[in-house]
Design a protein around this ligand. Sequence first.
Ligand code: URA
Length: 235
Amino acid sequence: MRLDKLLAHSGFGTRKEVKDLIKKGYVTVNDIVIKKDKTQIDIEKDVVKVYDEVIVYEEFVYYMLNKPGGYVSATEDNIYPTVVELIDDYYRNDLFPVGRLDVDTEGLLLMTNDGVLAHQLTSPKYHCPKVYYAKIKGVVTQEDVDLFRQGITIDNDYVCKSAQLNILSTNENSSEIEVTIYEGKFHQVKKMFLAVGKEVIYLKRIRMKDLFLDKNLKLGEFRRLTYEELDRLKG
Ligand code: URA
């Protein structure tokens, strides 16, 4: 693997930033300063240090993205730009989004190359809670809260698992809510509201299992998960 790639993969910044580190002489391979970013590294044998600290190659990476509208939750698409294109400090081509948010939905999207964790978070078997904030056209009522708890029927005959609907505010023609669901059916939140005669006009995911959207991330921004976040997600 190329030295600049290895450092970028290990969280030392964008390709440009790591090239800079290398050029300035902060990087050694087997205790020899190396200033060529294209140097090939054997990740099993060579000892690479940055600022005198040994680099441990990361097989798996985990990013939290605040997904903006207009991006599709996929690795390729013919119409829209993809969420993968937003993670511009990542140079491998194995990153993918965990689960799908609709193209117009914003908020928390985990991006990784760890297929096992992705499966645990998305498989219906694990009932992973996902929390959404939404603006709804129409007045959401206590009756809706009860119906969501009992299980809303969508797609003609699919009965959703019990969901917690929390009304944050209402006025005469719109409402703000938070809803927790335990599945990831296509357009699920939108369909659940349609089933009670209401329309989702804005949707944002704010939590997945124990991972909360970082309020400091603006739309389109991302950051790596902390070790604590990753532990909680895997636990
Ligand atoms: N439910 C929806 O309707 N859309 C999403 O993007 C996520 C959940």
